[in-house]
Write a protein that binds this ligand. Sequence first.
Ligand SMILES: Nc1ncnc2c1ncn2[C@@H]1O[C@H](COP(=O)(O)OP(=O)(O)O)[C@@H](O)[C@H]1O
Ligand SMILES: [Mg+2]
Length: 349
Amino acid sequence: MKFFDREKEINKIISIIAGEPNFIYFVYGPINSGKTALINEVINNRLNRNKYVVFYINLRGIFISKYEDFIEVLFEEYSEDKKPLDIIKGLIKDIPVVSGIPIPKNTLDELLDKKSPKNVFKYITNILLELKNQGKQPILIIDELQKIDDMKINGFLIYELFNYFINLTKELHLCHVFCLSSDSLFIEKVYNEAMLDGRAKYVLVDDFNKENALKFMDFLAKEILNKNLSNEEKELIYSYVGGKPSDIYSVIDEMRYGELDNILNEMLKIEISKLKYFLEDVKEDNEEFYKEVVNYLSLFKENYIIEDIKIPKKIREFLIKKNILFLNPIEGTLKPQSFLVWNAIKRVL
Ligand SMILES: Nc1ncnc2c1ncn2[C@@H]1O[C@H](COP(=O)(O)OP(=O)(O)O)[C@@H](O)[C@H]1O
Ligand SMILES: [Mg+2]
């Protein structure tokens, strides 16, 4: 799959990386807006390979139920008799993007036995320092960080991790740190976290605006269908799925063998059913709460974006958790997770 645009976001991230590490960066946005795709484009195609070594750790799809599971995904074990420094030199030469911090098997076992992240962090810092000594700038990226949000080891692991990231950025200026998440309640918590005040910054990767959504359709039509779409077709697609990259991709891809009207109606029908059954469950559970939910969701019949506090906290957080709404805590706004959800809200209510 070829990558489309995002020049603004790419330039921002490249500029951040060109500077000295100073902040933890949180890359946030609605589900399937293209955060992972963007960061992969940057690290695979847009960075000077002689300058950087990237540790990209994606927690998506990985079963993490305890501290040890998380530590294991951070590392890539090797069992040979090599010295860590040789491993690092190998890293520098061959692969600028790695999916785990190299560690000898025995060392990892020892670190896990200690049941404290302190020693783990010390080990990582030494590797990063070694890379710096070899003239490389390390970059650490953790995708889907919210997956360890409620994990405990002594205290909450996430706070230990944030402290460590502050140490790597603000204090040591040793390593760039990017954390990605689609979970807007997690981002809200991070944003309101006193310990991160003045130490974290935020990069929004939102669904495409209309102009770019239409261009993305042109781009995909040429790539996948080898033809151009008419303005009417593009406007129609936009009215159903808006600027959500994954939905636009899915429509155009299905156009290889399906009729546009059918594809769009099918997608909307599925979204409508999901919303209907969701509301049915809410109603069965608590009729009063259901009435409120319907009431507040109806605010979206007229608007795509509203101010967050227009919906009371309890209902707002429920709808965000259920992936009906996306909260942007930095802007203080709420909107449906996608145009499809928005269209379903307008039909069902
Ligand atoms: N700029 C882009 N160019 C091409 N495809 C994209 C782009 N952004 C997103 N996509 C498509 O949308 C899908 C969802 O994007 P992803 O990065 O997984 O979203 P997120 O990580 O924000 O949940 C990707 O698999 C990819 O097919
Ligand atoms: Mg992702």
